[in-house]
Ligand binder design. Structure first.
Ligand code: IPM
Ligand code: MN
Length: 388
């Protein structure tokens, strides 16, 4: 018997028409945080409007802005609202005026506290070499061409949170503790393997197992977890060697799994591949509420000038749609829109290297607007196609 199947476009259309309800908390924070999150939020609002989704936005203080207004880097009202939200979109925290404060009173403490309270332990940091930005990397175009890496940084353990920690000023001695439990490694490894299954099925686990016991536990545990994912090829690298391989052969890597501090360092290094730190988005998943933040930080030297690159924050908004709203098509549309404006030659200051680039220089807002227009066009076309 011949069964007529639904054309896949129709099936797809049903999925697309699911209306999403989402409560998003925006914590813009310090430095360029407010400027770039404003552009990301504009994009999210339009996606909701065009798709008929019900997105509710709230705003709250964090970091230096919260210290100034309320004397603490993470006010309880911010945390309460965050815990009631479906997703938190964060700009950046930190500023030079707070540099002399002890670690637990600095703006960064607010970020670490909100990460811990929301519970997300897997911080996804994609690093993708946009062909249009190939000339921006100090690496040769043939080295970065096609590089597409997904870092999975463990976010709630290691040196950032390990106890004991102290600076004993009298003794002139200070210590931090790099500590992991087997369970903490298992849960983040599982997420990394699952993501690898959806990509090129390769996972590189990064540690320092030639010196550190905590890395030996890490390596043994990841090796054990790998047995459940026989379709994923696992290899291990020491972090020092990895920092070199990343620059020599970035195309060799697919998913890179590593502990908190190593992930912090390697993800900044990967900005060399993308051409600018301003391009890097991130999503933190696995906890009660997902947390979305661009990798770039507060950049106090350029804050308030309207010249920051909003693309990291806009790509972060795409990750929010993908991981918190199940709107994969919209996430892809944003990523395509970003690619298009870069191909058209538009640049923010951090991306403008050549004379030709400098003629296409845009402010933060103008870049946001270009992406918005490109996205509008992509979504219009998609809806027209589905309407046939
Ligand atoms: C990052 C940042 C943060 C970190 C700082 C601001 C605490 O560098 O998200 O990479 O070290 O995690
Ligand atoms: Mn960092």
């Amino acid at each position: 018997m011949l069964v007529r199947r639904l054309p896949s476009k129709t099936a797809h259309q049903f999925g697309e028409h699911a209306k999403m309800k989402l409560k998003v908390l925006i914590v813009a924070g310090d430095g360029i945080g407010p400027e770039v999150t404003a552009e990301a939020a504009r994009i999210l609002r339009s996606v909701a409007e065009w798709g008929g989704h019900d997105f509710e936005f709230h705003e709250a203080l964090i970091g230096g802005a919260a210290i100034k207004a309320q004397g603490t880097p993470l006010p309880s009202s911010t945390l309460d609202t965050a815990l009631e939200s479906d997703a938190v979109l964060l700009g950046a925290v930190g500023g030079n005026e707070f540099n002399s404060l002890p670690p637990d009173r600095r703006p960064e403490a607010g970020l670490l506290q909100i990460r811990q309270a929301l519970g997300g332990f897997a911080n996804l940091r994609p690093a993708f070499a946009h062909p249009a930005l190939a000339a921006n990397s100090p690496l040769k175009p043939e080295v970065i061409d096609g590089a597409d890496i997904l870092f999975v940084r463990e976010l709630l353990g290691g040196l950032y949170f390990g106890e004991p920690r102290q600076w004993d000023r009298e003794a002139g001695s200070a210590w931090n503790t790099m500590r992991y439990t087997r369970d903490e490694v298992i849960r983040v490894a599982r997420i990394a393997f699952e993501l690898a299954q959806k990509r090129r099925k390769k996972l590189t686990s990064v540690d320092k197992a030639n010196v550190l016991e905590v890395s030996q536990l890490w390596r043994a545990t990841v090796t054990e977890v790998a047995k459940d994912y026989p379709d994923v090829a696992l290899d291990h690298q020491y972090v020092d060697a990895m920092s070199m391989h990343l620059m020599n052969t970035p195309r060799n890597f697919d998913v890179v799994l590593t502990e908190n501090l190593f992930g912090d360092i390697l993800s900044d290094e990967s900005a060399v591949i993308t051409g600018s730190l301003g391009m890097l988005p991130s999503a933190t998943i696995g906890g009660q509420v997902n947390l979305y933040e661009p990798v770039h930080g507060s950049a106090p030297d350029i804050a308030g000038k309207g010249i920051a690159n909003p693309l990291g924050a806009i790509l972060t908004a795409a990750m929010l749609l993908r991981h918190s709203a199940n709107l994969e098509q919209d996430a892809l549309a944003i990523e395509t829109a970003v690619r298009k404006v870069l191909e058209q030659g538009y640049r923010t200051a951090d991306l403008a290297r050549s004379e030709k680039d400098k003629k296409m220089l845009l402010s933060t807002q103008a870049m946001g607007k270009q992406v918005h227009e490109a996205l509008n066009e992509i979504i219009d076309k998609r809806q027209a196609m589905h309407a046939v």
